[in-house]
Write a protein that binds this ligand. Structure first.
Ligand code: 13P
Ligand code: SF4
Length: 309
């Protein structure tokens, strides 16, 4: 087996040779984040993909994020270390069900979370991420009925924040965030009474209600770094510790293990490894391919989202 430093060195050389950019989501292993040209939440990574000017995007995240990069930059080669890096929210929202809904309720605007397949994006009017979901919904005229999909917890959070009544919500959930319970959070708070609570909006409403701050992964990191507090209970995937420890080494961060795996990790994100990243840059596989008509149709809702301030 090759030493990590050797593989890392070879990845950097391959990256140069391929004229590649390495984009990493906050939930990736530290050793991958360490090599990345950009680390970010799904919104930031989409923007970086849009603005990239080389030949290859090595997307260290999950498949739907890489598809988004492909839609924004169709002439580039987009690779992901592991093809099986999916997402339970994507699985919860089949495109045929979305088409059936549109036939039944043609007057509804479809607002899709970026955690959807590219085919579902192509059926949507506008997309959103956890960072801009409230602004996206607020950008739609008040009288326009909405279907928000697929995350039920994010949907409920947005509905509450926007005060929007005419909004139907799909019933998908994240296998990681949705399994955190108020009971375990309360126990963590008893153990760390001085800690403030930060949560991703994919968490259940009872967890979100207990939080001092709710936001996307990058928003959580920025808030923790600038807050006066010294201790934090962090209700999102534990990959964010990479940036938290770098940006605020003097602060303490606690994670609450979820009921299923007793950990705080996304099983899909963690499929990507340094070895697989090396192989994918070498072989330019697994490669994201999206039909050109789907790219055309998915680009419009994506660009509408990127235009929302
Ligand atoms: P972010 O938009 O915060 O990156 O979230 C994406 C995601 O998959 C959270 O589970
Ligand atoms: Fe999907 Fe949840 Fe993993 Fe995010 S943490 S990629 S929403 S399964």
């Amino acid at each position: 087996m090759q030493a990590v430093t050797d593989i890392a060195e070879e990845i950097l050389q391959l990256k140069k040779r391929r004229r590649a950019i390495l984009l990493a989501h906050h939930y990736q292993e530290s050793e991958i984040q360490e090599l990345a040209d950009a680390i970010g939440d799904s919104l930031e990574l989409a923007r970086r993909a849009r603005d990239f000017d080389g030949d290859v995007i090595a997307f260290c995240g999950v498949w739907f994020m890489a598809e988004t990069a492909k839609v924004l930059n169709p002439r580039k080669i987009v690779v992901v270390p592991d093809r099986a890096a999916g997402c339970s929210l994507v699985d919860a929202c089949d495109v045929e069900q979305v088409r059936a809904f549109k036939r039944l309720y043609p007057d509804h605007a479809i607002v899709s979370y970026i955690n959807t397949s590219v085919e579902v994006k192509a059926e949507s009017d506008i997309l959103c991420t956890s960072r801009n979901a409230v602004q996206v919904v607020n950008s739609i005229p008040a009288e326009q009925p909405i279907l928000f999909l697929p995350d039920v917890n994010l949907g409920n959070y947005v509905k509450k924040q926007s005060g929007r009544e005419n909004m139907k919500i799909w019933q998908g959930a994240c296998v990681v965030h949705s399994t955190w319970s108020a009971k375990r959070l309360t126990a963590a708070k008893e153990q760390h009474p001085d800690a403030v609570i930060v949560a991703h909006p994919e968490c259940p409403p009872e967890v979100v209600r207990m939080a001092d701050f709710v936001g996307s992964t990058t928003a959580i990191i920025q808030w923790c770094v600038s807050a006066d507090a010294r201790e934090f209970i962090v209700m999102t995937e534990s990959g964010v510790t990479h940036s938290l420890h770098k940006l605020a080494p003097e602060k303490r961060f606690y994670f609450v293990p979820n009921e299923n795996c007793n950990c705080s990790e996304c099983p899909y994100m963690k499929l990507n490894t340094l070895e697989k990243l090396h192989a994918c840059l070498k072989n330019l596989e697994p490669r994201v391919d999206v039909a050109s008509d789907i790219i055309e149709r998915a680009r419009l809702p994506l660009e509408r989202m990127l235009a929302v301030k």
